[in-house]
Design a protein around this ligand. Structure first.
Ligand code: UDP
Ligand code: LCN
Length: 777
């Protein structure tokens, strides 16, 4: 039983409200509202209690005598399993997974409020480890000695192999540099520096070199976290990056809105541009003449449906040195030709990664410096490659499926044929434990909110009855967790008021898209009253995006219908053309709702749009109508459309379930809406438009505040800087924790070999008649 069911039961049991309030006011009330779920196995009821993010307790109440007993997580999970698979629950040798057993030597955060600030914490911890006696800083010297670029030494050579020698040399070098003009190029003093033991990498000019040296001198004299982070962030450690994103259609054009292909692709392409820019800046400042390389490794899909996903290489637009590398999924002796759902990709990942690794080593002429995974499949690929090559690894989830589907763990058998959740959850915990750092978009992604557990947090303890009981999956207090929120490309998504920059070439298209009365493959429905503002939403047509929910709220709310028109962009109109299970159901539902609420004349449903630039202009045209963006998802991991809309100056109403609740400060930079309470949500929107009618300044206020929020917190520049700082810090951190890391890696390998490989056998592989067999890579 989940909290809401418990509250309903409470109402049934104590129908007198005064009495109920009295009962819930005391200690019981405090516990009651922290309960996440209850498991009823008469005469016992076991509760899982979450007093604050990341903290869990378990108790068992005997309903016969109301005695309360604290129980372990293992016992709680067993108690739960009794409902789904009694024999397995009672099996003394059932498989228990405990990743926490390897974490004894890793320091952890202790405060809920610090979760996601891993970088700061690691910086403090490293500082304290290197403090005290001079020799304590030797690991830093050893690390500097290990830095090289394709065999060429960087920073220092063996002449400066001890802390004492390095410290002395720094003093001499600083004196020498003080005598030079600030802009003297490094090359001018490179030879003398080399003799003293200093290699390239300190800076491009005398001034920059001096600053970096001063920073290190201060760290060696008395380490402090700020200087430590600053110094590490200046080190030349990252030049070549591999980014994995295997599933879906990964392309630069015509892919958005295709099944499983949404924000992740947008995020990665923008990330690559921002990362390359930041790398180029840093490499220049380090005084090096190196071309960085970023490769996005994805799946090659022969049946590319008009996209470029059947090409092996593609240069990434807007970059100089970044490319997409596509490698096909292979099955025995053939290439898999068609798209497969993100839930079905697991059987192919191991082979895919091996082939990517071979190609990358060739392309980069050696190991990459950082491997970043995206989503469960990409994170697994990153884990396999990073483990094999011994390279620093980062993971990004975008969305973890576990929290999206209620009880997806305990009910895995019921859901198996559609989703194969055990494969995905195993891939997730393997990657979460193997990775050096995790990049999350929001706090809630890691540790949720007061009432709702985070996506990562939900992997702390769970059970897959019949398969394994995970008593410690991941610990959200681990300092590997960091928040770095993405942005939106501000050359595409910019305010509607910037008239001179607007993409006016799209205006006739957009006018047609919104207002023509023609019904065709691109749009159905029409807008009778062109003067009304438009409320707009755009998403993939997944159940969780709840575009059908918004349509229904609108249909039901006469007041709102009187005030505004509704425009929806998503999916397409013929369910038989869809290959995606959820999309088909949503398409049918949309048609039914338009009929049921007689929405023609007030709704325009536009098929998925793949042109980003035109979409940017579309948001702005909606802003011209003094409209708003609505993001009604039942749950949204982050929500790029929310920041795109806000960048365009569109007042935004977004779900309070997930990332958007953090992006928007409710009532200030936009509004939160509750996707489970359609009436309340549609009234919040209607109230806003009523106020705008009386006070036009009301609309402007929210438009401006939304933009302000974006520029303060959600830009790619901020992101890229943070990401590279993490890359540098965690590369050093993994060196310091080598032994512990190795021990954990052994356990992960065991788990992967014995469990994951067996699980992927259950995922069906599509047959392809008449395909020519191809040779193995
Ligand atoms: N998008 C699009 N056309 C569509 C639907 C979505 O271009 O028909 C884009 C949208 O502008 C955004 C991304 O796809 O950049 C969706 O990202 P979001 O984070 O909102 O959701 P996701 O699809 O990743 O779950
Ligand atoms: C996946 C999602 O579901 C969205 O919430 C994110 O915005 C997107 O990826 C990009 O991270």
């Amino acid at each position: 039983m989940k909290l809401q069911q418990l509250l309903d039961e409470m109402e049934n049991v104590i129908d007198d409200q005064v009495e109920r309030t009295r009962v819930l006011e005391g200690l019981l009330g405090d516990i009651w509202f922290s309960i996440q779920e209850a498991v009823v196995n008469p005469p016992y009821v076991a509760f899982s209690i979450r007093p604050s993010p990341g903290f869990w307790e378990y108790v068992k109440v005997n309903s016969a005598n109301l005695s309360v007993e604290g129980i372990t997580v293992t016992d709680y999970l067993k108690f739960k399993e009794m409902i789904y698979d009694e024999n397995w629950a009672k099996d003394a040798n059932a498989l228990e997974v405990d990743f926490g057993a390897f974490d004894f030597s890793v320091p952890h955060l202790t405060l809920s409020s610090s979760i996601g600030n891993g970088l700061d914490f690691v910086s403090k911890f490293v500082t304290s480890k290197l403090s005290g006696r001079l020799e304590n800083a030797q690991p830093l010297v050893d690390y500097l000695l290990s830095l090289n670029r394709q065999g060429e030494k960087l920073m220092i050579n063996e002449t400066l192999g001890t802390v004492g020698k390095l410290q002395m040399a720094l003093i001499i070098a600083e004196v020498y540099l003080s005598g030079l003009a600030k802009d003297t190029p490094f090359q001018d003093f490179e030879i003398s520096f080399k003799e003293w033991g200093f290699e390239k990498g300190w800076g491009d000019t005398a001034e920059r070199v001096k600053e970096t040296m001063r920073c290190l001198s201060e760290v060696l004299q008395a380490p402090d976290p700020m200087n430590m982070e600053k110094f590490l962030s200046r080190l030349p450690t990252v030049f070549n990056v591999v980014i994995f994103s295997p599933h879906g259609y990964f392309g630069q054009a015509d892919v958005l809105g295709l099944p499983d292909t949404g924000g992740q692709v947008v995020y990665i392409l923008d990330q690559v541009k921002a990362l390359e820019e930041e790398l180029l800046l840093r490499i220049k400042q380090q005084g090096l003449n190196v071309k960085p390389q970023i490769v996005v490794a994805t799946r090659l899909i022969p049946d590319a449906r008009g996209t470029k996903c059947n090409l092996e290489f593609e240069a990434i637009d807007g970059t100089k040195y970044s490319n997409i590398l596509r490698v096909p999924f292979r099955v025995e002796n053939r290439v898999l030709r068609q798209w497969v759902s993100r839930f079905d990709v697991y059987p192919y990942i191991e082979k895919f990664t091996q082939e990517v690794t071979t190609k990358i080593l060739d392309l980069m002429e050696g190991n990459p410096d950082l491997i970043i995974g995206n989503y469960s499949d990409g994170n697994l690929a990153a884990t396999l490659m990073a483990g094999k090559l011994g390279v620093t690894q980062a993971t990004i989830a975008h969305a973890l499926e576990k929290t999206k589907y209620e009880n997806s763990d305990v009910k895995w058998k019921e859901l198996q044929s559609k989703y194969h959740f055990p494969c995905q959850f195993m891939a997730d915990i393997v990657a979460m434990n193997a990775t050096d750092f995790v990049i999350a978009s929001t706090y809630q992604e890691i540790a949720g909110s007061k009432d709702r557990p985070g996506q990562y947090e939900s992997h702390a303890a769970f059970t897959l009855p019949g398969l394994c009981r995970v008593v410690s999956g991941v610990n959200v207090f681990d300092p590997k967790f960091n928040i770095a929120a993405p942005g939106a490309d501000q050359s595409v998504y910019f305010p509607h008021t910037e008239k001179q920059s607007r993409f006016t070439q799209f205006n006739p298209d957009i006018e047609e898209l919104l207002y023509s009365k023609v019904v065709n493959d691109e749009h159905i429905g029409y807008l009778e009253d062109k003067k009304k503002p438009i409320i707009f939403s755009m998403a993939r047509l997944d159940t969780v995006k709840n575009l059908t929910g918004l349509t229904e709220w609108y249909g039901k709310n006469k007041r709102l219908r009187g005030l505004v028109n509704l425009v929806i962009v998503g999916g397409f109109f013929d369910p038989n053309k869809s290959k995606d299970r959820e999309e088909m159901a949503e398409i049918k539902k949309m048609h039914e709702l338009i009929e049921k609420y007689q929405l023609k004349g007030q709704i325009r449903w536009i098929a998925a749009q793949t042109d980003r630039k035109r979409n940017g202009e579309l948001y702005r045209c909606i802003a011209d109508t003094k409209g708003a963006f609505v993001q009604p998802a039942l749950y949204e991991a982050f929500g790029l459309t929310v920041i795109e809309a806000m960048n365009c100056g569109l007042p935004t109403f977004a779900t309070n379930q997930g990332g958007p609740s953090e992006i928007i400060v409710d009532g200030i930079s936009g509004f939160h809406i509750d996707p489970k309470n359609g009436d309340e949500s549609s009234n919040i929107i209607a109230d806003f438009f009523e106020k705008c009618k009386v006070d036009p300044g009301h609309w402007n206020k929210y438009s401006v505040e939304g933009l302000k929020r974006i520029n303060e917190c959600y830009t790619w520049k901020i992101y890229a800087n943070k990401l590279l700082n993490m890359g540098n810090m965690y590369s050093f951190w993994r060196q310091l924790n080598k032994e512990q890391k190795l021990a954990k890696q052994r356990y992960i390998q065991l788990f992967f070999n014995l469990k994951f490989r067996e699980l992927v056998q259950s995922v069906p592989i599509p047959t392809e008649e008449g395909q020519t067999p191809v040779s193995e890579p």
